[in-house]
Design a binder for this molecule. Structure first.
Ligand code: F6P
Length: 421
């Protein structure tokens, strides 16, 4: 065994493939003879000294993580403020790391988690504590800068394109005498990447989805209703995909769920029924709407093979970077070519990633604001390629997902209450 152990933690909204990254981290540690722990519930577990002892897990269960959705060790939305404000938390983290000889910390999350990773790296450096902090990318929102794509996105993109395609077959069957408008709401917060992925379903001009409503384009009610009406007249029905982050002309979300998380993000959700109801009240069409919500980011049965491979690759690279002495970096994906689709992994400084949100470029949105361009299609298509179906159990007909023991390593320090600090 090498000197110095590695701690891996998951953070923020989980994805269908974040556990593939975890599996890669664990596998690479085993090959490199590094002892690895996982924090229970992200940084919260690190603060509480709740370190899952992965040496006590069954090897097969750890391997099955590769195809298991959710965040196996628990994830959290918890903002570490600056060391001036949250000093006690930083001191505690270093105390926990020292007590368990943690010399490598891998934090698997999005932009906010990159910020947390960076702050921990800077604090450890200032204190002279030898630590390699690596931010590991993940987010269905695909809004991290620098990296070509974020692991988790390709799978939600595939789910979204396929769902609107299949639902449209259903609507088309009965539109003469029944439903004329189908509205599907997708995640993505302030960035329209997932909404754009729905556009992959359309092979021709009158193929569904007929209209996509992006968070980057202010909602123009009159133009939207006119397009719905014209589409129903021409095609017989209209399939609409709307991003949860859709805003009106003065920048207000069309639908908010009513709560704000630790990072200050407004919880979104519910714009699908709002848009569907608008169509009904103004145009009188019968409608159905769907909000896949967590279904879209947990649909491991429909994962993209490319996405699962990239999730694995960033996990493996993160361990290699830490062992090679990198600090405050993230393994990012660089697209080498589209045809054939080739990509590689390289390190990027967390400073350039923390708190930066990458929106859908205007060049990816059609001039009329309701669909995607050929450039968007060229970017998106490779990310949803291939299937990575989990192994199924013949008797139950359900996938064989991992079940871990999640046994904690023996605590060395006094209990720590996060709320008191
Ligand atoms: O992590 C990204 C995301 O899935 C967003 O697309 C969505 O708005 C948000 O998380 C939901 O967050 P939560 O699960 O904390 O309500």
């Amino acid at each position: 065994m090498r000197e110095g152990h590695l701690l891996y933690a998951q953070s923020g909204g989980v994805t269908a493939v974040i556990n593939a990254t975890a599996a890669a981290v664990i596998d690479t540690c085993r090959r490199r003879r590094v002892r690895v722990f996982a924090a229970r519930i992200g940084i919260l577990g690190a603060l509480r000294e709740e370190l899952i002892d992965l040496a006590r897990e069954d090897r097969a269960a750890l391997a099955a993580l590769r195809h298991t959705p959710g965040g196996a060790f628990g994830s959290c939305r918890f903002k570490l403020k600056s060391p001036e404000v949250d000093r006690a938390h930083y001191e505690r983290l270093l105390a926990v790391f020292a007590a368990h000889d943690i010399r490598h910390f891998l934090y698997n999350g999005g932009n906010d988690s990159a910020d947390t990773s960076l702050k921990i790296a800077e604090f450890a450096r200032a204190r002279g504590y030898p630590l390699h902090v690596i931010g590991v990318p993940k987010t269905v929102d695909n809004d991290l800068p620098i990296t070509d794509a974020c692991p988790g996105f390709g799978s939600v993109a595939k789910y979204t394109a396929l769902s609107i395609l299949e639902a449209s077959y259903d609507v088309a069957s009965m539109c003469e005498s029944s439903t004329k408008v189908f509205v599907m709401e997708v995640m993505g917060r302030h960035a329209g990447w997932i909404a754009a992925a729905a556009g992959l379903a359309a092979g021709g001009p009158d193929d569904p989805p007929h209209l996509i409503l992006f968070p980057e384009i202010p909602f123009d009610e009159a133009a939207f209703l006119a397009r719905v009406k014209a589409t129903v007249a021409r095609v017989g029905y209209c399939a609409v995909v709307v991003s949860e982050g859709l805003r009106n002309a003065d920048g207000r979300f069309l639908a908010e769920a009513g709560s704000v998380d630790a990072f200050g993000h407004t919880q979104l959700g519910g714009v699908g029924p709002v848009v569907a109801q608008l169509v009904k009240s103004r145009l009188g069409y019968k409608f159905h709407w769907a909000v896949p919500d967590y279904l879209q980011r947990s649909a491991r049965h429909l994962a993209s093979r490319v996405d699962a491979e990239q999730a694995w690759a960033v996990g493996r690279a993160a361990v290699e970077y830490a062992l090679a002495g990198h600090d405050a970096v993230m393994p990012v994906i660089r697209r080498v070519s589209n045809r054939p689709f080739r990509w590689t992994i390289e390190p990027a400084p967390l400073k350039r990633i923390a708190n930066v949100e990458k929106k859908l470029p205007r060049s990816f949105i059609r001039a009329d604001g309701f669909g995607i361009t050929a450039a968007a299609r060229r970017y998106l298509e490779p990310l949803i390629r291939g299937e990575d179906t989990p192994p199924y159990d013949r008797a139950s007909g359900l996938p064989k997902y991992a079940r871990l023991k999640l046994a904690l390593a023996k605590k060395q320090l006094a209990a720590y209450s996060i709320a008191d600090k």
